[in-house]
Ligand binder design. Structure first.
Ligand code: NAD
Length: 264
C-alpha cells in the first residue's frame, strides 16, 4: 500500500456489481489507503453492494436515489453523522430508458430527456453542492463520462446529450468550487461491458470497433479506469481541475478506421 489516499475518506456512488466502473475505482482507492462509504439505488442492489463493500473493509453502505433531493439530503446527513468531513466523492451514475438508446435521437421523448438529464447530469450538481458543504479544507469530486458527449455514437442518443451537459457542468463546478480548494474532474472511459452499458443498442459492435481501431488496439478495463481514477482523486493530480481525462486506449484521437482493422 503506497498510502497515496491514507487518511482520506470518500463516498462511492454508483456501485452495482463487480463489473461496475465504480468497483475498479473503489478497489484502487482502498489499495492506497482510502476509507470508503458506498451508496446504491434500490434495496435490490443492497445484497450485491454490501459484500463488495466488506471486501474493501467498509460497513458504511446506504441507499440513495439521486433523483430524489430528500434522499440526497438524508444520505449526506448520514455521512456527516459518522464522518464530520469528506475528502472525495465518486459519481458513477447514469440512466436512460433503454428503448431510447437505440434508433434515432430525433425520437427522444420529453419525459425520458428530462429523466436522463436529471439522473445523469443534474445529479452531479446536487451531489457537489452537498459534498462541498462537508469539505471545509478542500476536496475532490470525480464523475464518469463517455466520448458520445463529443461525437455521435450511434444509439447513445440522449445519453450523449446528458454527458455533454455533465462535462460542461464539470467546468462550471470547477470554477465555482476552485476558490474552496475543491477539484472536480471527469474521467471519459472507453466502452466496458457493465449493467448500464448492456442497455445501449448494439453495444457489442461498439466494443469491437473500439478494440480494433484504438491506438492501443484493445479495450480498457475497470482496472485501467481505477488507476486513472486514483490519479485524479489523489494529490498526484493536485493542479488538475475542470478536466475531461480520456481513459479509452487513445480512441478519441483517431479520425478514421485503422488500415489493419478487419471489417466487422
Ligand atoms: P453500472 O450499471 O455498473 O453503474 C451505473 C450505476 O448507476 C448503477 O449502480 C445504478 O444503480 C446507478 N444509478 C442509476 N440510476 C440511479 C439513481 N437514480 N440514483 C442512484 N444511482 C443510480 O454501469 P457503469 O458502466 O459502471 O456506469 C457508471 C458510470 O460510468 C455511468 O455514468 C456511465 O455512463 C459511465 N460510463 C460507462 C462506460 C461503459 O462503457 N460502461 C463508459 C463511459 C462512461
Amino acid at each position: 500500500m503506497s498510502g497515496l489516499m491514507a487518511g482520506k475518506r470518500g463516498l462511492i456512488m454508483g456501485l452495482a456489481n463487480d463489473k461496475s466502473l465504480a468497483w475498479g475505482i473503489a478497489k484502487k482507492l482502498r489499495e492506497h489507503g482510502a476509507e470508503l462509504a458506498f451508496s446504491y439505488q434500490g434495496e435490490a442492489l443492497a445484497k450485491r453492494v454490501r459484500p463488495l463493500a466488506e471486501q474493501l473493509d467498509s460497513d458504511f453502505v446506504f441507499e440513495c436515489d439521486v433523483s430524489d433531493m430528500d434522499a440526497l439530503d438524508d444520505a449526506f446527513a448520514r455521512l456527516q453523522e459518522r464522518w464530520e468531513t469528506l475528502d472525495f466523492v465518486v459519481h458513477a451514475i447514469g440512466f436512460s430508458d433503454k428503448n431510447e438508446l437505440r434508433g434515432k435521437y430525433l425520437d427522444t421523448s420529453l419525459d425520458n430527456f428530462l429523466m436522463t438529464m436529471n439522473i445523469s447530469a443534474y445529479s452531479l450538481v446536487a451531489v457537489a453542492r452537498r459534498a462541498a458543504a462537508m469539505m471545509p479544507e478542500g476536496g475532490n469530486i470525480l464523475t464518469l463520462t463517455y466520448y458520445g458527449a463529443e461525437k455521435v455514437i450511434p444509439h447513445y442518443n440522449v445519453m450523449g446529450v446528458a454527458k455533454a451537459a455533465l462535462e460542461t457542468s464539470v467546468q462550471y463546478l470547477a470554477n465555482d468550487l476552485g476558490p474552496d480548494n475543491i477539484r472536480i474532474n471527469a474521467l471519459s472511459a472507453g466502452p466496458i461491458k457493465t449493467l448500464a452499458a448492456s442497455g445501449i443498442g448494439d453495444f457489442r459492435y461498439i466494443l469491437k470497433w473500439n478494440e480494433l481501431n484504438s491506438p492501443l488496439r484493445r479495450n480498457v478495463t475497470i482496472d485501467d479506469v481505477g488507476g486513472s481514477g486514483l490519479y485524479l482523486l489523489s494529490d498526484l493530480s493536485s493542479g488538475v481541475t475542470g478536466e475531461v481525462h480520456h481513459v479509452d486506449a487513445g480512441y478519441h484521437v483517431v479520425g478514421m478506421k485503422q488500415e489493419d482493422a478487419p471489417d466487422i
